[in-house]
Design a protein around this ligand. Structure first.
Ligand SMILES: NC(=O)c1ccc[n+]([C@@H]2O[C@H](COP(=O)([O-])OP(=O)(O)OC[C@H]3O[C@@H](n4cnc5c(N)ncnc54)[C@H](O)[C@@H]3O)[C@@H](O)[C@H]2O)c1
Ligand SMILES: O=C(O)[C@H](O)COP(=O)(O)O
Length: 585
């Protein structure tokens, strides 16, 4: 089971909600649908829409009700999905926006039992707070082996010769092949599969070059592969093997223009994604002889139409997307995806998350109290806003003795956003959708690192949250530059509020907080405590921060229960109290 830490608030889920807040800019107010909080009680339900290795199914069944329903129409999928907490697919199920919409907020995780997630609408998943996980490694070798199988089969006309002999013919001259040894193979995309193909092709005696702008040169060097430009790769290769993801940049990368740049008689293998090749252009290139042969495992539309001209072309060797289809790979991806989906349903952070930051377990453990602090500071800060131009400029400062690259603040940032937006909108935020929701509402979060001297034993000394361009219902919360400012620390594992505006305070962030500004004078703590005591409100903490003796002071009072309006009024009526505010944590 993949190791991860339960931080359910980070993945806390939600429901159909509206966002009526008055403190966010009006144009940002709109209806948002996010994921629901739980299944219908008891075990979660996981829908599996394509054949998954038995080991994975067995794992899932220990934890959930598993519904294996294959070959669903879109309509059937949309109907079923509203009853499911998770969905597991391979490449054959299109998980578009309509699926997320139809889930009515219940779908919390989509697991892709394989690498490519181009059949999942990631933007929609993120928008709906649905985590997407994949199984990125278990089928790498299978895909690489299939690439090599196609390369060699194509070069020696294996498929065509097999069909011929089965048809009762004994045709030897027609199926004379070409040798691989000494030939140049261009591997486009030097990631997991591409590098394994390159390694194997080197073993076949091929000269291997690769194009991948993001691949580390030392990895290529270690395999004895030369990293070259795209133009050099495609114009010098005898064979080209595609191992790219399908993205806007790679879509139809093989087209009339690029085919024209290739050596006449080039041979092409595609076990990546059909959409990387302009299939009409490939047909033209095959017919004109620029491309001598192609071996295709993947197609723009799968399955291809019955009379697909490429599939029927005699210079094409075709397989029905079998790259990952070995017994071993399918058991591997099934286990990999099942573990990730179960973990995500338990509120754990998955190591194979596609649309959320992957945060290592050690980092999560260390940051846990700071995660709580970050959320509470966000919560406090936003409740101090009373008007102005809306919450649109938030600055978070992390003061730490650690080197800037030794502190991963993505979780903290997500939790500040959660704290800022949830109290005033009913939108539930999690790690998946925090940045999206902030952006959608026009809330610009800037982060700043303050490097302190001293021992880097604690990951963070303090966190400050500032909101600019707003008015506050508690004027003392404003900094010199007029921003709402709250600051906190983790003290002996407990998140604490240590500064409000210019005033130092010290109150643990548990329960709720009353902040009062008063003229500093003896007996104030007693007066407030006795009002709260009379009303049976338990005071957990009190602290006073003052500018100078006898001048103004801010008293922070931690309370376990929410005081009644009358109680709060009685506090406000104490003559020395100039302003006060009750803040829910
Ligand atoms: N046929 C199958 O059954 C099968 C099985 C596994 C993987 N795949 C597909 O194979 C492809 C590669 O999978 P992987 O696991 O190696 O992925 P990967 O992410 O490990 O590798 C992809 C590589 O492509 C590179 N790349 C991205 N854009 C590029 C560009 N414009 N030009 C050059 N290089 C670029 C990336 O830097 C990366 O190194 C994916 O499309 C995946 O879906 C297919
Ligand atoms: O992206 C992948 O992992 C491969 O294309 C395999 O897809 P499949 O799971 O549908 O075989």
């Amino acid at each position: 089971m993949a190791t991860s830490l339960n931080l359910s608030s980070i993945f806390s889920s939600s429901r159909l909600v509206t966002t009526p807040s008055s403190v966010f800019p009006t144009r940002q107010r709109r209806r948002i649908i996010l994921v629901t909080s739980s299944s219908s009680g008891g075990k979660p339900t996981i829908l599996v829409t394509e054949k998954l290795g038995q080991a994975g199914i067995d794992l899932l069944k220990k934890y959930a009700n598993v519904d294996c329903s294959y070959d669903l129409s879109l309509e059937e999928l949309c109907t079923k999905i509203s009853l499911c907490d998770a969905l597991i697919v391979r490449s054959g199920t299109k998980v578009g926006r309509d699926v997320f919409e139809s889930s009515r907020g219940r779908l919390k995780v989509v697991g892709r039992a394989g690498v490519g997630i181009d059949n999942v609408d990631l933007a929609a998943a993120t928008e709906y707070g649905c985590l997407v996980v994949n199984a990125p490694t278990a089928n790498t070798v299978a895909a690489a082996e299939h690439g090599i199988a196609l390369l060699t089969a194509m070069a020696r006309n294996i498929a065509q010769a097999d069909a011929s002999i089965k048809a009762g013919k004994w045709t030897r001259n027609k199926y004379v092949g070409v040798s691989l040894v000494g030939k140049t193979l261009a591997v486009l995309g030097f990631g997991k599969v591409g590098s394994e193909v390159a390694r194997r092709a080197r073993g076949l005696g091929m000269h291997v070059i690769t194009h991948d702008p993001y691949a580390p040169a030392d990895r290529a060097r270690a395999i004895g592969v030369e990293l070259v430009s795209f133009e050099v790769a495609i114009s010098t290769a005898d064979f080209i093997s595609l191992h790219l993801p399908l993205t806007a940049a790679t879509s139809k990368m093989m087209n009339d223009v690029t085919f024209a740049m290739m050596k006449k008689g080039v041979r092409i293998v595609n076990v990546a994604r059909g959409g990387v090749i302009d299939e009409e252009a490939l047909l033209r290139a095959l017919d004109s002889g620029i491309v001598a042969q192609a071996a295709l495992d993947v197609f723009t539309v799968e399955p291809p139409v019955k009379d697909n001209k490429l599939v029927l072309h005699e210079s094409v060797t075709a397989t029905p997307h079998l790259g990952a289809s070995t017994m071993e790979a399918q058991e591997g991806v099934a286990i990999e995806v099942a573990e990730a989906v179960i973990g995500a349903l338990r509120g754990e952070l998955a190591a194979t998350a596609v649309n959320a930051p992957m945060v290592p377990l050690e980092v999560l453990r260390e940051l846990k109290p700071y995660v709580v602090l970050a959320e509470k500071l966000g919560r406090l800060a936003v409740q101090l806003v009373t008007g102005g131009s809306g919450v649109n400029a938030v600055k978070v400062t992390y003061a730490s003795s650690r080197a800037p690259d030794d502190l991963d603040t993505r979780l903290l940032r997500a939790m500040v956003i959660k704290g800022l937006i949830e109290p005033i909108s009913s939108v539930f935020i999690n790690l998946v959708n925090s940045d999206y929701i902030a952006k959608q509402r026009g809330v610009k979060i800037s982060e700043e690192r303050m490097v302190l001297d001293g021992s880097p034993e604690n990951p963070i000394e303090y966190i400050t949250v500032r909101i600019a361009n707003v008015e506050s219902r508690f004027a003392s919360a404003l900094s010199e530059s007029g921003e709402i400012k709250v600051e906190g620390r983790v003290k002996q594992g407990v998140p604490s509020l240590t500064k409000v505006g210019l005033f130092g305070v010290d109150v643990s962030l548990e329960g709720s907080v009353i902040l009062c500004r008063q003229v500093d004078q003896p007996g104030m703590i007693g007066k407030v405590a006795s009002i709260l005591g009379d009303e049976n409100v338990n005071v957990s903490f009190m602290s006073v921060g003052r500018i100078a003796p006898g001048k103004q002071a801010v008293m922070a009072i931690g309370v376990d229960e929410q005081p009644s309006k009358e109680t709060l009024k009685k506090i406000g009526d104490i003559p020395a109290i100039e302003e006060f505010v009750f803040l829910k944590l």
